[in-house]
Design a protein around this ligand. Sequence first.
Ligand SMILES: Nc1ncnc2c1ncn2[C@@H]1O[C@H](COP(=O)(O)OP(=O)(O)O)[C@@H](O)[C@H]1O
Ligand SMILES: [Mg+2]
Length: 900
Amino acid sequence: MNSNITPAIRQYLDIKEKYKDCILFYRMGDFYEMFFEDAKIASQLLEITLTSRGKKDDTPIPLCGVPVRAAQGYIARMIELGRKVAICEQMEDAALAKGVVRREVVRVITPGMIVENEFLDEKANNYILALAAVAGRGAEIHIGISYLDISTGAFRLSESDDINAVSDEILRVSPKELLFPESAKSDAFLSPLIAALSEKMAMTFLEDRFFEYAQARERLLDQFKTLSLEGFGCEDRKAGVKAAGALLFYVGETQKQKIAHLGGLETYILGDYLLVDETSTRNLELFRNLRTGSRQGTLLSVIDKTMTAMGSRLLASWLKYPLMNADKIQERLDAVAEALKRAQPRKSLRECLKSVSDLERLGSKIAMGYANARDMIAVKRSLQTLPEIVFLLSEFHHPAFGCFINRSLTLAAQSRERERPASDVEQLYNLAELIEKAIREDAPLTITEGGIIKTGYHAELDELIGMSKDGKGWLVRLEAEEKKATGINSLKVRYNKVFGYYIEIPRKRSESVPAHYVRKQTMVNAERFVTDELKSFESKILNAESRRFALEYELFDEIRKQVIQHNPAIQETAKFLAETDCMLNLAEIAEQNDYTKPEINTEGIFFIESGRHPVIEKMISGERFVPNTIRMDDTENQMLIITGPNMAGKSTILRQVALTAIMAQMGSFVPARKASVSITDRIFTRVGALDNLSQGQSTFMVEMQETANILHNASSKSLVIIDEIGRGTSTFDGISIAWAVAEYLHDLKGNGVKTLFATHYHELTELVRSKTRVKNYNIVVKEWNDKIIFLRKLAEGSANRSYGIQVAGLAGIPGAVVQRAKEILANMENGNQGAKAPSVSAEIQTFPKKKAIQLDLFSKSEYFLMEEIRGLDISKMTPIEAINCLNQLQEKVKKLGFRN
Ligand SMILES: Nc1ncnc2c1ncn2[C@@H]1O[C@H](COP(=O)(O)OP(=O)(O)O)[C@@H](O)[C@H]1O
Ligand SMILES: [Mg+2]
C-alpha cells in the first residue's frame, strides 16, 4: 500500500475494506467524515460540499462530512435512498490516545435494519426478508422465507415449494431489504426472482455459509434459549430455518449486539390466508391509491380509525392477511359485535388508548440502548393507563378482550395467597410509578448532560444539584464583597466557556485593581482577572457538574435496565392493546359507516343485499350511493356477465364485491344491509384502467399476462374479477379472447370459479345459452330527451345498447362530432351500407361499412362455432375423440337452434 498516506487514512482504509457495500461514517471529533468514493456519493445524495484533504498516490482525497449532532437526518436520507450506512466511532478519548485514536464500526444501518421510530413510518412495519432453498427428495425445491422487523421484534417464517407463491408472498410482505445467499445470483431457479425483485427493494448477498442449516438452527436455539424449534413450529422446516438463521446472523453483524427483545418466531402457512396478489392489491386500492400512491382514497384509509400506531400496523396486517378459517373469522366478528353493542365502554377505551404510545417500538429502542428520557416518559404514560383499561375491559365478555385481564387477575389472586410475583398489570404499573418518581417530564433529548432525574429521587444527586445552585448565590455574594473591597462599583463576576469564571473591571479603573488579581485577558474597555478563590470555586462547581451528569446517566441507566427486564411483559401488553385497538376500531367504523355483520357460509354462496362500495360511498358528493344486491353461487349464478354503458357503475360493483369478501374474511363488518359470504382462497382481478407503459410493456401484453395468471392459478374457491378484457386489440380478437376466457373460467377444473365479468362486448351475453352457470346482468340507465341518466341499479338481463355516444357527449366531445357519430351509428344499425354520408372525408365514409359487416356477423354466435370447427386439428384426434367432439358440436348447434 502507498506509504504517503496518513495513519488516520490508513486506518480508514482498513475499516472500509470490511464494509465495502456501506457508506462509512467515520467519526473525527464532532464530525462524521466520508472519504474517496463514499464522499462523492454522499456529497451528491446529501447535497453537501465535496472538498479534499491530503493525498493518496499523489491524488487529492475527496472528503465530505456532516456534524454528529445533525447526523440522524443525513443517515435517514441515505437509508431512504436504499443505501447502507456503517457508523464508525472513536473508541477512546482523543486527548488520551497514543497515536491514532482507536475506531470501530459500532452499528450498520440498512433499509431493513432500523430501530429508531423517528426514521420509520409509524403505520407500517419495516421488514428485512431472507430466502433460502433446500432440494427436496424428488425434483421439488423447498423455499423458505423469514422476515423480521427489528423495530418491533416481529419475526415470522414460512415455506413453499412453489416459487410463484413465494414471489407473491414476498411482494405481500414488501420488505425494505432482501437477504440472499451469494450463490443465488447464479442459480437458474432463483436468479429470475432476484432480477424481478431487485427493482423494488434493496438487496444484500451473504456468503452461503451463513445460511448453513446446522449453524442457522443453533443460532435460533441460542437466541431463544430453547432446546428445539418445536415450540415455534419450524423444527422440520429446513429451508425456513436456514433463512431465519441467516437473518439472525445479519442482525448480529449490523447491530453489533444481542437482540434480546426478539420474543419468538412465528411459523405460518401461506394457505391459511386469503391471497390477494400484488396486482389485485393495487387494482383494488387496498393500501395505496392507484393514481397518487398515497393512503388517501384506499380501503385502509376508510377502515383505519385505530388509536395507536401498534393498532394501525396490526390492522394493516389483518387486511394483508384475511383469514380462511371460519371459526377464527367468526371469533373476530363476535368480538367486534360485542364492542359495537357496548358503545360507552368502547368509546372510553378508545379515549384511553390515545395516550398509549408505540410500546412495540419503544421497547426495542430501549432494549437496544438507543432510548432517551423522553422515550421513558412515553412508556410511563402508556403504562399508567393500564388500570383504567383493565377496568373498562371488565365490561366485555368476549374472550378476545379477556385473556389479558383474566391472566392478570388470576396471577394477582395467586400472589395474594402465596408470595407469588404480582400480576403483569401491577408490575407494569409499579414500573410506571418508578419512572414517574425518577424522570423529569422536561428531560432533554441527550442522556449525558443531566436534566433527566427529578429532585428527591436520589440524595447525592440532590446535593450536587444544590451545590451548583448554591454556587450562584456564592457568586452574587463574592461580587458584592469584591465591590466593597475594591471600591469598584462596576465590577462584575461572570462566566464564559473559554475562560471559565472571571472578574471583569473597566479599563478606566485599572489602577484600583488589587495585587492578588491575576490578569487573564485585556479588552478594549475592560480587563478580566481571576483569583485563587475563584479558581477553587470553579473546580468545585465544574466537578460537581460532571459528577452530576455521570450520576444522572447512571440512574437513568438503572431505570432503563428495569424497563428492559419488564420488556417481555410490555411487549405482551403491547400486542394485546394492538388487538384490542383493532377490534374496537372495527366496531367503531361499523357504527360510523353503518356496516353489517356478515354471515360465513360453507355452501359457496355469496349474497350481498344492498351492498355498497366502502370507499366510493365516502367520496361521491352530491350523488347518493345506490346500493345493489348481488347473488353468486356455484350452481346457477357462478359467472355474472355485467354489461352497461361506460360510467354506469360496472367497475364499482365488481370492486365492491371483492372488497366485501376481503373485509368479511379479515373479521370486519361489511357495507351492506345483509351479507353472507363463503370463504375465498384467492382474489384475482383483471382491471383495464391503468397500463404499465412506463415499464415498457404494451397495455395488451400486460392484460394478457394478468389473464394468464388467473387462468393458471384460480381454483374453484377463488373469486375472479374481470373488468373489461380484450380492449387492447381489434374487436374481433378482443371478443374472441373474452369469450374463450369466460368459457375457460366457467369450465375450470370441471367446477368453474365464481367470476364477475364486466364487458362492453354485448356478444358475451350470448354465453348464457351454452353455459349453464352464467347469468346476465346490466346496470340500468334511462334515456331522457336524447340524454342518459345513470340509475346505478343492477338488473337481471343484458343491456340493449351501449350509449357510448351519449357518454361521449357527457364527457364534453364537441356537439358536431357527437352528431356525426350518431349518423354513422344509424347507418350501421340500418345495415345501410350504401347510404350517403354527409360529405366528410372518404376514409370515414368507408370505415363504418367495414365495421358494420363485422358487427353483423358477430351478432350471431354461429361465428364462434365456425371458429371452433375451423380450429380443430383432426389429424391429431383419435376416432373416439373425433366422435366426442362431433357430439359436442351437435349439442352446441342444438342450443343455438332455440334462437331462430
Ligand atoms: N352505486 C353507485 N351509486 C352512486 N354512484 C356510483 C355508483 N356506482 C358508480 N358510481 C359513480 O359512477 C362512477 C363510474 O363508475 P364505474 O364503476 O367506473 O363505471 P363503469 O365501470 O361502468 O364505466 C364512479 O366513479 C362513481 O362516482
Ligand atoms: Mg369500468
